[in-house]
Write a protein that binds this ligand. Sequence first.
Ligand code: ADE
Length: 323
Amino acid sequence: DEWKEKGAAVRVRTETDANGRPISKVLKKGVKDFNFGRTLGEGSYSTVLAATDRQTLREYAIKVLDKRHIIKEKKVKYVNIEKDTLNRLTEHPGIVRLYYTFQDERSLYFVLDLASNGELLGVLKKLGSFDEECTRFYGAQILDSIAYMHSKGVIHRDLKPENVLLDTQMHVKITDFGTAKILDTRPQQNGSGSFAGDPLDGAEVDRAMSFVGTAEYVSPELLTDKNACKASDLWAFGCIIYQLLAGRPPFKAANEYQTFQKIVGLDYQFPREFPVVARDLVERLLVLDPAKRLPIEHIKNHQFFEGVTWGTGLWKQRAPRIK
Ligand code: ADE
């Protein structure tokens, strides 16, 4: 009962009865509706497989989660967060879309967009680093996706090049919302004032915090105040822009503790050849105080993104050849 489905995606088939009258049957997709193929990725309690819908021949990525393992490891909350956030983020080309969920005795299944070109990290590792044109294009698609998720009240909290996937067109698909945070979008209460005037736009304290993202991209406020806000995703975005151009993340050390020390001390350097305009942008993102980090609208207007068409046009564009 823990996995009770609400508002599950279904398809409706209309048939005619013996009298020629149409009858609608609601059919829920299940394991039997797909042919499973190669393994695309493996996590600690899930596996992502390529799969084809037997009827439509459409290809998907299906995330298979082991129920027993999830319960044993106390990850039920994270699985529900992933499903709930993906169900909020269905109208943007830069975010992996959740089409159906179903289950059998052993597993939960999330039917997702297939991003057939894999992780941005893989492409970056093959190339070493990106030039400014590629960084501008991928940076713009990532930022446009962040703007959308923030507009829907979702903070990703674990943005990094492994979680930026690429589809057949080499366009961005952000994935892995298992550690996202849904902001309370309840209307503000009048009188008591207990929800009013939040300066960080929903940066409420997550007291029972057990999650801390990936060391290299963690924001300083998460380390010092145990508190993530929308601007925490923009810190990670600054780390990603730096990494695309430099070939390595800005804060990297022998172990997590030393990485965290570098982050809270803003201890990083730019390589000599780092482009000046990109450097200015990164310096305005890697700011310790989240309230002083450049907000999304200002990032879009920064000189580094000059010439970018924001909005739907960004997703109709051909990806630059990576070089
Ligand atoms: N690996 C993890 N999720 C994936 C997806 N949706 N498409 C391709 N590879 C993946």
